[in-house]
Write a protein that binds this ligand. Structure first.
Ligand SMILES: Nc1ncnc2c1ncn2[C@@H]1O[C@H](COP(=O)(O)OP(=O)(O)OP(=O)(O)O)[C@@H](O)[C@H]1O
Ligand SMILES: *[C@@H]1O[C@H](CO)[C@@H](O)[C@H](O)[C@H]1NC(C)=O
Ligand SMILES: *[C@@H]1O[C@H](CO)[C@@H](O)[C@H](O)[C@H]1NC(C)=O
Ligand SMILES: [Mg+2]
Length: 334
């Protein structure tokens, strides 16, 4: 762009100047100077058109709150924590470190669903998501344990490159449990407390890790509460967070096994996704029927929810697949 505008000025100016009176000529030069200004580095227009989405990160907190509270079932602990986390980072002028959250829970409990609700709300819908949401799928991006060295460099380059173009970037790492040990530690430098690193400021970036590790622990605790006749609302979230961090640090099947990110306390929030109960699965089925444009058939809703709540085998309290297979079950039965 720079070269192009310089080129235009040099070609056009000598050709046109003789034909213009002094006033027009100076106006023309002024215009050229402004054009030059606009396209030189860090100019507003260049940002708008070419590189970054620094236009405005417009996380509308009340919209995210309503969205999460209305669309996500049975995850009051997670929703409550995520809202605290987001508001702390978003409402701070210049956060000291990026926001780092690690989601834990059984399959189908809403981890991916919640991260896409956050992604949808970070910018105006017109902003292309590809610019600020970066999704790393372990199975897809980091599948060969022997290439860890290469992945480490690549990951650092991507994060540095993307955050410098777009400070409010969202990085989602899914299937953390399959992440080769040690790989995630390569991003340690970006998650810490720094003003800037090599001229890049990371405080507005958001990192989300999705894990199944820790899910069994969460279920165990929820079940204990249920057995002692206490509600899932009463589970103390502080205690759960502590247990989760301990669990994934020592679990060899976790991507955070002996990870520096945990040792150095760089993960700000461990977010528990509770196993879903019969009532929550019913809500998912009802929502799916609505989405597919079918009437809310109560018998069908009950039938699917009953079939899915299968754990533990005696009490059949939770759905071991969460709401994950609801959509296909609805498709098959309607
Ligand atoms: N708590 C929930 N509230 C509402 N819908 C849910 C919830 N959990 C899951 N769903 C529905 O089920 C689908 C699958 O859930 P999702 O992909 O978020 O699970 P996940 O926790 O990421 O599972 P996995 O660990 O297998 O990746 C979602 O797209 C959503 O439609
Ligand atoms: C957030 O969205 C609500 C509802 O669309 C709107 O009334 C409110 O003005 C918005 N707030 C900001 C800060 O944009
Ligand atoms: C940003 O991340 C994506 C992966 O989501 C990568 O392909 C791209 O090269 C990165 N951009 C920069 C400028 O590093
Ligand atoms: Mg998922």
């Amino acid at each position: 762009m720079k070269l192009l505008s310089v080129g235009v000025v040099f070609v056009l100016v000598p050709a046109l100047l003789p034909a213009l009176d002094p006033l027009s000529a100076s106006l023309f030069m002024g215009g050229a100077a402004i054009t030059w200004q606009l396209f030189s580095s860090h100019s507003w227009l260049k940002c708008r058109l070419l590189e970054c989405c620094n236009a405005k990160d417009t996380l509308n907190f009340s919209v995210v709150k309503t969205d999460l509270e209305r669309k996500v079932f049975g995850q009051h602990l997670a929703v409550q924590l995520i809202l605290i986390a987001l508001s702390t980072n978003i409402h701070s002028k210049r956060p000291k470190k990026p926001l780092v959250m690690s989601f834990h829970g059984w399959t189908g409990t809403g981890k991916t669903f919640v991260s896409s609700i956050i992604a949808e709300n970070l910018y105006q819908p017109s902003t292309s998501r590809r610019r600020f949401v970066h999704h790393f799928d372990t199975a897809l991006h980091f599948s060969h344990a022997s290439h860890v060295h290469l992945y480490k460099e690549q990951l650092q380059d991507w994060i540095r490159g993307n955050v410098s173009a777009c400070p409010r970037s969202l990085f989602i790492f899914s299937e953390m449990d399959q992440m080769p040990h040690g790989l995630i530690d390569s991003i340690t430098p970006f998650l810490g407390y720094h003003e800037e690193m090599d001229g890049v400021y990371y405080g507005k970036a958001i990192f989300i890790f999705l894990n199944n590790a820790g899910g069994d622990k969460i279920t165990e605790i929820a079940l204990d509460y249920w057995r002692s006749l206490k509600g899932r609302e009463d589970i103390p979230v502080k205690e759960l967070q502590h247990l989760l961090s301990k669990e994934i640090f020592s679990n060899t099947n976790s991507g955070f096994f002996q990870s520096q990110l945990i040792q150095k306390n760089l993960i700000d929030y461990f977010i528990p996704f509770l196993p879903l109960e019969y009532e929550h699965v019913k809500q998912c089925v009802r929502e799916e029927l609505r989405a597919q444009g079918h009437p809310e058939d109560e018998d069908l809703i009950t039938e699917i929810a009953l079939a899915m709540t299968d754990y533990p085998s005696e009490e059949r309290l939770y759905s071991s697949k969460g709401c994950k297979t609801v959509a296909s079950r609805v498709t098959l039965s309607t």
